[in-house]
Design a binder for this molecule. Sequence first.
Ligand code: DX5
Ligand code: ZN
Length: 220
Amino acid sequence: MKNTIIAPSVLAADFANLQRDIEMINSSEADWFHIDIMDGVFVPNISFGMPVLEAITKHAKKTIDVHLMIVDPDRYIKTFKNLGADILTVHYEACTHLHRTLQAIKAEGMKAGVALNPHTNVSLLEDVIQDIDMVCIMSVNPGFGGQSYIENTYKKVAQLKELIVKNNAATLIEIDGGVTNKNAAELVRAGADALVAGNYVFKAEDPIATIADLKKITSL
Ligand code: DX5
Ligand code: ZN
């Protein structure tokens, strides 16, 4: 049975009750904390930065999955390691020397992830797939939570899965944006290993039950 990783996105938490929301995730069946860092340059929005991440990691008891939506991420690799990141994901579109960036992340002892915007073809990763621990396929345009899922994502997941198998790589596939109970099972059938969910979890009447349900419907 497939054990799909569920990664609630803290971007959709109540920042005035951050500790409460972190403890809620701690006590749920969720596997990771997904942390969105936006710089207002790579994406048209600014989320939160280092002091907030420090506050989160002080209470979080699960894997910290950091998604950098920033230009020139190489400048902050060490910083995010020190802040407690376990997985550090950079955007393909923000890295001129992606291979070097991936090695630098791994040299700090973190797992290295690469995120792809909806317009970026998965075949562009062919020459580095062996070096990537996780590919994050954006199923919305990055920058905001609460957007609708882009249907073309299913096709991209299947193509990426094929690329991974063909190259004998151990890369995980993560999906980020607009994930709900309507698309979760199909994404896993297409090859997804980890699902990020922001609004669907945090704005639910019962987030703990919503996480348990996502976990259940993706155990195929
Ligand atoms: C979008 C972020 C996502 C976002 C997902 O730029 O990378 O992680 O928080 O939120 P939902 O699940 O609400 O689309
Ligand atoms: Zn994200």
